[in-house]
Design a binder for this molecule. Structure first.
Ligand code: FPP
Length: 238
């Protein structure tokens, strides 16, 4: 396809939806879907790195996901814990830096310490930065940022977009140019509310465990042909 309008995105963010339906289609418990979804992370991270994406964010557990049945919540915590145990060294070898956005406190002292160790272990890697949104909510993040600015003594007329961005969990990370929500659901679900105001969105029907590197490549390719106008008129309207 010709007529490339954008370079490949630096930052792609993904809402990994459809694990439950993937499991149901196979007559399996919901947690089997989350497990398959977790196993999918490695191949998508590798594909992202090969494509040249520098930041990839995965929405793994929202501030509202605490409302799910206790067994599912516990299962998701265990999957995060096992993922760190099993994948941190491989990701480190691939040059991946791991970051967390959201509230680590709330996951329990042991899991919090484990996540911090993985972040510390990979902190000097720059081939790709992998952000896990876990116990994360976009509104919560904005409230947290505002409270921090007030606590720092920033006066109302000193509040700027730059200061707000720097007070987000994503400080220093460019806003995602492309956000993908798998499974065909058309909602943003409290994900990166501040950072996605001018992101391009894609809603593939594929359920998350079936989403692969080829699917990522195709959506990135599609993104490069989109006209981004940022509220202006864009070249084709002039
Ligand atoms: C949405 O699917 C998915 C989630 C709420 C959890 C996603 C989490 C993972 C893939 C694993 C997280 C682990 C790590 C290592 C970060 P759904 O359950 O809402 O699916 P449904 O809409 O089909 O029911």
């Amino acid at each position: 396809m010709s007529d490339v309008k954008n370079p490949i995105p630096q930052h792609v963010a993904i809402i990994m939806d459809g694990n439950g339906r993937w499991a149901k289609q196979r007559g399996l418990p919901r947690l089997a879907g989350h497990k398959a979804g977790t196993e999918n992370l490695r191949r998508v991270i590798r594909a992202a790195k090969d494509i040249g994406i520098k930041y990839i964010t995965f929405y793994a557990f929202s501030t509202e996901n605490w409302n799910r049945p206790e067994a599912e919540v516990k299962g998701l915590m265990l999957l995060l814990s096992e993922f760190i145990d099993n994948e941190t060294e491989a990701l480190h070898k691939e040059g991946a830096r791991l970051l967390h956005i959201g509230h680590l406190a709330g996951l329990g002292a042991a899991l919090e310490a484990k996540v911090k160790r993985a972040i510390e272990r990979t902190k000097n890697n720059r081939d790709i930065t992998v952000l896990f949104a876990f116990n994360y909510g976009g509104r919560d993040e904005i409230l947290h940022a505002v409270k921090n600015l007030i606590a720092e003594g920033v006066k109302p007329d000193e509040v700027t977009v730059e200061k707000m961005s720097a007070a987000m969990f994503t400080a220093g990370v460019p806003d995602p140019e492309l956000v993908i929500r798998t499974s065909g659901e058309l909602r943003t679900s409290n994900f990166l509310t501040w950072q996605t105001v001018y992101s391009e969105w894609a809603f593939p029907a594929t359920l998350w465990p079936d989403f692969d590197g080829e699917a990522l490549r195709a959506l990135v390719e599609d993104y490069t042909h989109r006209e981004r106008r940022f509220g202006g008129l864009g070249k084709s309207s002039c």
